[in-house]
Structures are given as structure tokens and as C-alpha cells.
Ligand binder design. Sequence first.
Ligand SMILES: [Zn+2]
Length: 187
Amino acid sequence: MADGLPILEILKFLLNVGYLVSSCVVLIISSVVIHRNAEVHLERFIDYFKGFERVDAVRELFGNETEDVLDNLKVEFGSRRGYMGVSDDDGHLFVSVPYLKEGDERDIYLDVIHELVHVKQFRNGIRLRDNRYRYANRPTEIEAYAYAVKEARRLGMSDKEIYEYLWMDNMSEDDVKALADAVNVKP
Ligand SMILES: [Zn+2]
């Protein structure tokens, strides 16, 4: 028992003063231990979104690399309300779980087409979130929306329906008008 005491004393000391072990791996402050090597949990796109490799609009984007791109695409599911997005860090897809559960099926399909344009932009080394532009004027968004609008028209959607699709919850009327104008949709 006596041998164990110095170790206990050292531990107590470390816990009391707050001791940083390997700056970003484990952090001990007071009596808690925080493991800081957590990773974002990613799933495979093709396990949740099936058949996109057969969609002409997708093949037109990636050509012979279509299967390869989709096989390697990762998805991060989140609990926050919202829609979808693509990471500027590594090109993975973000999907809001509430949106995936409750959103309109056709909207979700068009959003995937839109996001795949961002995946292509990322692969081409283009910065997706260029904050010099507002969302509705950002060139990467205009390109992605224009591509989704083309697919929406192929599905037979009217301009009025497409305009409603473009109008997301967090958008002002001015923004949706600017976006619709940029992608040639007349409500
Ligand atoms: Zn986008």
C-alpha cells in the first residue's frame, strides 16, 4: 500500500493543477478527462442513396469516374434542422436527418443532384464557401442550382414549382428572386 501513495499523490497533483497530456489527445482538468481524438462519424453515400450512378445528370457530371466518385463519397448525418451541404475541408456530404425524414422526396432528389455539383467543384479544387458573395449570388451555388433546375425541368416541374423548391426556409424574398433570376426561373 505504501508504494502506491506517491503515485496517488502525483495523480492528485496533476488532476488539481490541470494537466495537458499531448496537447490534443487527452485533456485532464480538475477531475474530468476529455478524449479529444474524436472523429466525425461518416457513412458511405451509396449505403443510403442508391441508383444515382444510373442517373444521366450524374453521369454527365462525373463521366467514367461516376462509380468511383459515388463509391468513395462519405456522408455525415446531423440532427440539426437544415438541408444538405458539402464540406469545404474534404468534400464529404452533410445531410440533416430531420430533412431526410420529412422533406419532399423530389426536393431531396434535386438536392442530391445539387450537392453532387459541389462534390465535382470540390474535386476541381474550387472553394465552395466563398464569403465574398452572398449565398444567392455565389457562383458555386448558381452553378449547382442551375444544374438542379435543368434536372427539375426534365422531371416536368413547372417554373412555379421550381421557384417554390428554390425558396428555402431561411431565405428572404429578395434572395430567392435573385437566385431564381440567376438560374432563369420565372415564377
Ligand atoms: Zn449549394
